[in-house]
Write a protein that binds this ligand. Structure first.
Ligand code: FPP
Length: 246
């Protein structure tokens, strides 16, 4: 850990977000069904939560299921939802013990009500006691897409200002930001995508305006503590100027 602190010169991102990709390919390489990759992917989630907490990252968010993923074969969708259910049941105690607050963001209306209930219960269970800060917020994006998020924020903005056209005309970007599902969560400093794909795939479109991107060939089930730490090391070398000169 001392070595890690030296390597990053203390420049640790506040919010790391990960597009977990490559579970299917990882399973296929082993002659297994895709679900085998997803199961091992849950272990990578556990490893990254630990690595993030150890490194002092304050928010770790994960793109677990996109709006577009609803278009996958029904059997895979239900397997992923079952896996989510199981992961919540298996991990919630340990998360609470570690001081990790669990949250799920996305279009809840499309999820099975029993899963939504389990999510809400886990969120309540891991909520910190009043006046206490969690060590880490673990945010899982489920049934989420960036365009959906911006659209729902824009609709709420229009509705909130329906009788105040002048207020609407004067609205700045913070009026959208405060209506996104991520309101109150700092924008990601670093977005990692695994498996060699170099695109954002309708993820945090608004929130990624000034994120640093890191693309790695490692498939998600192989992305463990070592890989997470190297990503933080790489981030610490980036020069962030936010469109300005230094
Ligand atoms: C991408 O691999 C991965 C997913 C769509 C699902 C991610 C879900 C998990 C890791 C399990 C549950 C998550 C949590 C937070 C407990 P892919 O299927 O697109 O792989 P491929 O591109 O190789 O086909």
């Amino acid at each position: 850990m001392e070595d890690f602190k030296e390597k990053t010169s203390g420049r640790v991102p506040v919010h790391v977000s990960i597009i977990m990709d490559g579970n299917g390919r990882w399973a296929r390489q082993r002659g297994e069904e895709r679900v085998y990759g997803h199961t091992h992917g849950v272990e990578s989630v556990r490893a990254c939560v630990e690595a993030a907490a150890e490194a002092g990252v304050r928010y770790l968010s994960l793109f677990a299921f996109s709006e577009e993923n609803w278009g996958r074969p029904e059997a895979e969708v239900s397997t992923l939802m079952r896996l989510m259910f199981k992961a919540i049941a298996d991990e919630v105690e340990a998360l609470k013990k570690q001081g990790v607050r669990f949250r799920v963001l996305g279009d809840m209306d499309r999820l099975d009500p029993a899963l939504v209930e389990a999510i809400r219960a886990a969120e309540q269970f891991t909520a910190p006691d009043p006046g206490k800060e969690p060590i880490l917020d673990l945010i899982v994006f489920l049934s989420y897409s960036g365009k959906w998020d911006i659209l729902q924020a824009a609709k709420r903005l229009a509705s909130d200002y329906s009788s105040d056209p002048e207020g609407l005309a004067a609205a700045g970007p913070e009026e959208i930001a405060s209506r996104l599902v991520t309101a109150g969560i700092p924008d990601p400093d670093l977005i990692i995508r695994t498996s060699g794909e170099c695109r954002i795939s309708n993820y945090l479109l608004w929130q990624a305006a000034y994120s640093e991107f890191l693309f790695t060939d490692t498939l998600w089930p192989d992305f463990r503590k070592e890989e997470f730490r190297s990503a933080l090391e790489e981030f610490s070398k980036r020069d962030r100027r936010y469109g300005k000169v230094k």
